[in-house]
Design a protein around this ligand. Structure first.
Ligand code: DQA
Length: 146
């Protein structure tokens, strides 16, 4: 049994009421429940951390070192700005999946750059709530072969 860290960045606590035309009406709890179900189907567990604060996300990634087999991270807007989070992910040696509900590549110009992308195993974007299950499946598929 392995632990998968699921990390949610700023404003994702507002899912369900935040710009529902972009992010849908499901809550973060709904998304986390899907991720947990997917992990448990493979005998793994999900540990979830949500924070609006960059340093908390860095701390969580550091805390996963040597303890969690994978990290699934939706960094929210820190995707596009946080070199600190990028460095933390670079220093983590398990499987990493960057996850987005929307498809940032098809949105505003400033969302089209991910500073964490060079340090992740792969990315799941644009599939809304279903992405949480898909990202866990992707992580599990690579665990042990990362
Ligand atoms: C997001 C996309 C980001 O550009 C945005 O800042 C978010 C959510 C997504 O899940 O689609 O907060 O990461």
């Amino acid at each position: 049994m392995a632990v998968i860290l699921l990390l949610s960045g700023p404003n994702l606590n507002l899912l369900g009421t935040r710009e529902p035309h972009i992010y849908g009406t499901d809550t973060l709890d709904d998304c986390i429940a899907d991720a947990r179900d997917a992990a448990e189907a493979h005998g793994h567990t999900v540990e979830h951390v949500q924070s609006n604060h960059e340093g908390d996300l860095v701390d969580a990634v550091q805390g996963a070192r040597g303890r969690c087999a994978a990290i699934v991270v939706n960094p929210g807007a820190y995707t596009h700005s946080s070199f600190a989070l990028a460095d933390a992910l670079a220093a983590y040696d398990g499987v990493t999946v960057e996850l987005h509900l929307s498809n940032p590549a098809s949105r505003e110009e400033w969302r089209r750059t991910s500073v964490v992308a060079p340090y992740v195993t792969g990315t799941v974007a644009g599939f809304g709530r279903a992405g949480y299950r898909l990202a866990v499946e992707a992580a599990v598929a690579r665990m042990g072969s990362a």
